[in-house]
Design a binder for this molecule. Structure first.
Ligand code: 13P
Length: 122
């Protein structure tokens, strides 16, 4: 299974907690992440992650492009709703691509937990 993991700066600690919780499942998946998120998952959780560019540099778009051609099965995108992001159009494009292609996308910690629980049982 191909899973994309993305977190805005104020949500990166949550992503590390979530990834540690599901490390046993995630280490059986092909993981991709935006640059800084992926770096933390590698360093702090020990997961093997394909790192794209950092989000503001186009990482969300890289993941969206893969998703559009069927190479992403699920997205956990822990967004920060309280902080304006310079690359808001890229963020919207990725979430829209999930909707266009009917790819499950969790945008907060509890949704991410539910999604990973469900996927880890399949
Ligand atoms: O900005 C992001 C997603 O929109 C996340 O990017 P980083 O993982 O590189 O911080």
């Amino acid at each position: 299974m191909n899973i994309a993991l993305i977190a805005h700066d104020h949500k990166k600690d949550d992503m590390v907690v979530l990834a540690k919780e599901f490390a046993g499942f995630l280490c059986t998946c092909q993981l991709m992440a935006t640059g800084t998120t992926g770096g933390r998952l590698q360093a702090e959780v020990g997961l093997r992650v394909e790192c794209m560019l950092s989000g503001p540099m186009g990482g969300d778009l890289q993941i969206g492009a893969r998703l559009a051609v069927g190479q992403v099965d699920a997205v956990v995108f822990l967004r920060d709703p309280m902080t304006p992001q310079p690359h808001e159009p890229d963020i919207n494009a990725l979430v829209r691509a999930c909707d266009v292609h009917n790819v499950p996308c969790a945008t907060n910690l509890s949704g991410g937990r539910l999604l990973l629980q469900a996927l880890s049982r399949t």
